[in-house]
Design a binder for this molecule. Structure first.
Ligand SMILES: Cc1ncc(COP(=O)(O)O)c(C=O)c1O
Ligand SMILES: N[C@@H](CCCC[NH3+])C(=O)O
Length: 388
């Protein structure tokens, strides 16, 4: 963050979400050109951040959208995404949400159970609207990430059970309003070990072959998202290595010439473009610990409390260092104001000696930050700052 922006933030109401739009544009360009090299398609996972200003930037670059609710579909269309580039996943789609997808003729329903497929079939029939289907298969690949954000194991609720796939094919074949367009996979989020994606490719190859042998030469293979970022180095690695990621799929996927490869990327696109900016309310020097109490808490950024996730915490106000004659550093538990002991952004965080009013940045908060915020404790509405 440049000095002039920090100056502007000094006078702003906190807590606020700061979004770096030039970095977002650069990230989108890098991701797109890395994907274009292999003719791959990217759908931005709206669930990571559905702020309308962000969505407009993403849709303007020609990305598709990956949605998990009817309202996400409606918002993405309102913010410029083309319905024919929208995919719709989720284990609990309501009839109303399915109808939104059908009426907008989205690219595909990523179907997660036999019953859901039956309901989509009934509604498609009733309204005489085509429902394009991608069957979400649970490939039983360990994403080696936090167990709360692992989705592709047999014990997870996501995807259709292997023994029910033949039944799905029967349902689709029997309904002229259903069309099988593809297979969908997603094994988890914040995956930093690329070998996980290699294992996924090998499973996808098997399933692609399995369907082909049964007469279904599906045009679309959707590999989901999950590419992780480096939370420790938000400046040094502001943009993840999309080239390596896509190259891996190029190397290990066996694809027939007409098949299109799709991805659903959320975190890797938006995480580093967002920072939660907060102010130190109080410093409490305890017996065993020093606490820096911020005006932001788990209500603004839930990830540390929910997944013990690491986010880099930094002092923003540079006037602090100019004024201070020592470079003394102190360890703080950086906590929020919420009545929960898990309301903590970091323990024993080494920071310059803080004082009331200092601005604090909680980095890499662009993905699953604002969207997971809540009004618990009747918190005030979030504020925003967009770097243009
Ligand atoms: C089905 C599906 N697709 C895409 C994503 C986006 O994942 P990420 O933000 O890790 O790229 C998720 C979230 O994990 C998901 O559940
Ligand atoms: N909300 C999670 C990721 C879940 C992704 C959606 N399946 C996080 O903050 O890391």
């Amino acid at each position: 963050m440049t000095k002039d922006i920090i100056k502007e933030l000094e006078g702003a109401q906190t807590p606020l979400y700061y979004y770096d739009l030039p970095l977002l544009r650069e990230t989108l360009s890098v991701a797109k050109s890395a994907a274009d090299r292999f003719g791959y398609h990217i759908h931005y996972a709206i669930k990571a951040n559905n702020n309308p200003r962000i969505l407009r930037e993403v849709s303007a670059k020609g990305f598709g959208a990956d949605c998990v609710s009817g309202l996400e579909i409606e918002r993405s269309i309102a913010e410029g995404f083309n319905p024919s580039d929208i995919v719709f996943a989720g284990v609990g789609k309501t009839d109303r949400e399915i109808l939104i997808g059908l009426e907008n003729q989205i690219m595909s329903f990523n179907v997660e159970s036999v019953q859901e497929l039956e309901v989509i079939g009934e509604l498609a029939n009733k309204h005489q609207l085509k429902g394009r289907i991608a069957l979400r298969i649970n490939p039983n690949v360990d994403a080696k990430t936090h167990h709360y954000i692992t989705t592709g194991l047999d014990e997870n609720k996501f995807g259709i059970m292997k023994h029910e796939l033949s039944k799905c094919i029967e349902i689709i074949n029997a309904n002229e309003y259903l069309e099988l367009i593809g297979l969908h996979f997603h094994v988890g989020s914040q995956i930093t070990d690329l070998n996980v994606f290699k294992s996924l490719c090998l499973k996808v190859n098997e399933w692609n072959e399995w369907f082909y042998e049964r007469g279904h030469d599906v045009p679309v293979l959707n590999l989901g998202g999950g590419l992780g970022i480096n939370y420790s180095e938000p400046d040094e690695e502001a943009i993840v290595n999309f080239s390596n990621f896509f190259y891996l799929f190029h190397e290990f996927l066996t694809v027939r010439s007409h098949q299109q490869i799709h991805f659903e990327l959320g975190r890797s696109i938006i995480a580093n473009c967002g920072t939660l900016v907060s102010r130190v309310l109080y410093i409490k020097e305890g017996i065993k610990k020093n606490f820096a109490i911020l005006d932001a808490g788990m209500t603004e950024l839930l990830r540390p409390a929910l997944y013990q996730a690491y986010h880099k915490v930094e002092l923003l106000s540079d006037k602090h260092t100019e004024e201070s004659d020592t470079k003394e550093e102190v360890k703080y538990d950086v906590v929020g104001p919420i009545c929960e002991s898990s309301d903590c952004f970091g323990k024993d965080v080494l920071l310059p000696r803080l004082k009331r009013g200092d601005l604090i940045a909680v980095r890499s908060a662009g993905a699953y930050g604002e969207v997971m915020s809540s009004r618990y404790n009747l918190r005030q509405e979030l504020e925003y700052f967009f770097k243009e």
